[in-house]
Design a protein around this ligand. Sequence first.
Ligand SMILES: C[S@@+](CC[C@H](N)C(=O)[O-])C[C@H]1O[C@@H](n2cnc3c(N)ncnc32)[C@H](O)[C@@H]1O
Length: 278
Amino acid sequence: MTTELRDIRKEEFKLFQDYVYKNVGISLADHKITLVQGRLSKRLRALGLNSYQEYYDYMIADRSGEEEYHLISAISTNVTQFFRESSQWDFLKEELPNILSKKEDKRLRIWSAACSSGEEPYSLSMFLHSNMRDSAQWDISILATDISRRVLSKAEKGVYEEKDMQGVQRNALSLYFTIEKNEAGDNIYRVTDQIKKPITFKMFNLVYDSFSAYASRFDVIFCRNVMIYFDAETQRRLISHYHKALLDNGLLFVGHSESLTRNKEEFKLIKPSIYRKT
Ligand SMILES: C[S@@+](CC[C@H](N)C(=O)[O-])C[C@H]1O[C@@H](n2cnc3c(N)ncnc32)[C@H](O)[C@@H]1O
């Protein structure tokens, strides 16, 4: 007989708050207690556990790290979209000739940090392909990272459903996707190899992993809609890492509700949610 799953206690929630802050860098505010309970309850039921303390102990005991990924997936949102925040893409289109004209080595390095299920790095790849007539003569590389293995494996597949395709214009759809049918007879959209080729997907924790391999590397960094989960000091540290990772005059794109108020000496605001390294 299974006993009823009881509500999460404050002290149980505190265990998850501390764990997630220490290991993922995400600050879970006290008022998120009901949200976290709602999201974790499915996992507890799947495991046949009756209390959040039991689940916490189970997660800590799991040395494979697998359960931590379930926890991260449950507490963070992976919502994303192709060509999200159109004003940023309009700006990048205007700015691209300027960026390219300064690159004598014909090397372009872009980072989509917290790329979720891949819509952002694929948008970047499609954008470059359609806006650079001579893209084949360039050495283009897009690093796409996320903390969650689940979203990265979807990203690597590059297969999307009809509902994911908002934001992709008709001509991009026919140029950069092949259309197939799934078992239910619905259309599914597969990103072409040409668009996949410049992208490397990798697991990377923006709060705890080392940025040392990325010093003075990138022309452009997209870090959108993830900093909102971090506290002020973690955000400040992350932006400083981006400052070092960018080349001179490099561009940093953040989410529309994010800003760089604590790193004024490192970046100059040039448009809403677009910054240039100073
Ligand atoms: C809302 S999505 C943003 C996706 C995309 N950048 C966009 O704006 O459409 C946030 C992503 O951040 C990832 N994330 C959360 N904490 C992270 C961390 N500490 N390091 C790296 N990625 C993290 C989540 O797994 C999730 O995929």
